[in-house]
Design a protein around this ligand. Structure first.
Ligand code: ADP
Ligand code: MG
Ligand code: ZN
Length: 487
């Protein structure tokens, strides 16, 4: 149905307290209110949530929101409740009685928003419950999680493909900050979006000076320290490749300013405390592995440093995007050398064995279930233990083998080769892409914008990256003298 501009602006002001739409938000809201499926790709912090929340209010009824993390759900639901809306969530952290109560509220139509994690759909009876009272709108947050070509694939997202049709005819809006054109198409296909309106915008960050510097590994911590010593370059996030690197560098930096490490090896309580202290401004730097930052919104991060080459441009873009959310001038520095490439190649070869090695296992499963150990034993002259484990794992992921009721490995479908090969190639391509980025002599921002297929961007040079403006780049200036570039 038709809804006037004035009506949308009115909801924007009354319910959300905002005086105007940001770039593109109005067009997205209009398409969604009108009942079109929508694919929305805008970077983190651009204001995607409003693009499903406002249409949900405008359409009335309950909006069903799929979200991958409890923390993200809690954050959104709390914000909506503060605006006076009825937002509930169901997740594993909720006791049974409370979940039942939320279901009752959903069925009575009292909820404006219901947040769920995709794995909820596995709970017997839950999808049927949802289908009894269909939502007026379905929002899929972090929609790239459905695609194995993305950098954060979550197999549970795949459940959406089979369960969403029963919840139609509500429009579906899929939201993500990180989707290359390949991932975008995959999201559309997996979610079965019907002639979706696509909005892919806002990837240029004009307040970020992006730098790449080639430097050997042993010199990187010294450079990081020099870069962060001036107070105005903090708060800062430093991404390190391993937990050990994160611990060591955090220790070194903390001699000069308050710094903590953050990685998956630390207790959840401790991690939460680090995150809180950083948000509150009591920590000036966090040295993190990739586990840090999803869903955190600290506006005044002045510097983001990568002390090693990231695994993909998507991950890198997300991570540098945590700088300068407040719009003020900020800086990002990526350190790399040829040694990073060798490290990535090493992990790639370990994680993606040649298809022949998977095939050895597949052929051994000739109609007879075998215990895993027995299978490993049979193949031990051809596959060493670790390679066997990886290869079997990949084979199972792609349906070439599965575990039967007795816990034995049995042969699966023959169709596993193609998906395995394309995933392996895709991973290789992501690595090549990020390496090319680091080694190229084109404007960094223009490369990033192009990579994401941004629609409304002139793709012009940014004027402030290390390529456009080498005289303003700071990392080169501090770069310690380096004899051996390949170490
Ligand atoms: P995303 O999901 O794209 O990362 P969010 O939806 O979390 O971004 O929005 C980021 C911030 O921008 C939030 O604090 C939100 O309140 C704010 N915001 C969104 N739209 C507007 C607007 N039209 N005017 C002012 N602030 C906005
Ligand atoms: Mg978001
Ligand atoms: Zn540039």
């Amino acid at each position: 149905g038709f809804m006037s501009s004035a009506k949308l602006t009115d909801i924007l002001a009354r319910t959300f307290g905002f005086s105007s739409f940001r770039a593109n938000q109005e067009a997205v809201c209009r398409a969604t209110v009108d009942g079109h499926d929508v694919l929305l790709v805008m970077p983190t912090g651009a204001g995607k949530s409003l693009c499903y929340q406002l249409p949900a209010i405008a359409r009335g009824g309950t909006a069903l929101v799929i979200s991958p993390l409890i923390a993200l759900m809690d954050d959104q639901a709390t914000k909506l409740s503060q605006l006076g809306l009825n937002a509930a969530r169901i997740h594993s952290g909720l006791d049974r009685e409370r979940s039942r109560q939320v279901c009752r509220e959903y069925l009575s139509g009292a909820l404006d928003f219901l947040f769920i994690a995709p794995e909820r759909l596995r709970v017997p009876g839950f999808p049927e419950m949802l289908a009894k009272r269909k939502p007026a709108l379905i929002a899929i947050d972090e929609a790239h999680c459905i695609s194995q070509w993305g950098h954060d694939f979550r197999p549970d997202y795949r459940l959406l493909g089979s369960y969403l049709p029963a919840l139609r005819p509500a429009p579906i809006i899929a939201l993500t900050a990180t989707a290359t054109p390949v991932v975008q198409n995959d999201v559309v296909a997996q979610l079965q979006l019907q002639e979706p309106a696509r909005f892919i915008h806002g990837f240029r960050r004009s307040n970020l000076a992006v730098e790449v510097v080639e430097i050997s590994k042993p010199k990187r911590s010294q450079l990081a320290l020099s870069l962060l010593t001036p107070k105005e370059r903090r708060p800062a996030i430093v991404y390190a490749p391993t937990r050990k690197d994160a611990d060591t560098l955090a220790q070194e930096l903390s001699e000069s300013f308050s710094t903590a490490a953050y990685h998956a090896g630390l207790e959840p309580d401790h991690r939460e405390r680090v995150q809180r202290e950083f948000l509150a401004g009591r920590l000036e730097a966090v040295v993190a592995t990739i586990a840090f930052g999803m869903g955190i919104d600290k506006p005044d991060v002045r510097t983001v440093i990568h002390t090693a080459l990231p695994a993909s441009l998507e991950a890198y873009y997300q991570e540098i995007g945590r700088a300068g959310r407040d719009g003020k001038q900020s800086r990002t520095i990526l350190m790399h050398s040829y040694a990073d490439r060798r490290t990535h190649d090493f992990f790639y070869e370990r994680d993606y064995p040649p298809v022949d090695e998977l095939d050895l296992i597949f052929r051994k499963l000739d109609g007879r279930p075998r215990h895993r150990e027995e299978l490993a034993e049979l193949l031990k002259s051809k596959l060493d233990g670790e390679i066997f484990a990886t290869a079997l794992d990949k084979l199972m992921t792609h349906g070439g083998a599965r575990i039967d009721f007795d816990g034995n490995v049995v042969r699966g479908d023959t169709g596993w080769r193609q998906p395995y090969l394309s995933q392996s190639n895709q991973r290789k391509a992501q690595l090549d892409r990020v390496m090319r980025y680091a080694e190229s002599h084109q404007c960094r921002m223009a490369q990033l914008v192009r990579h994401f297929g941004d629609e409304d961007d002139g793709r012009h040079a940014c004027g402030q990256c290390d390529v456009c403006s080498p005289e303003r780049a700071i990392a080169q200036r501090f770069r310690p003298l380096d004899e051996n570039e390949n170490s």
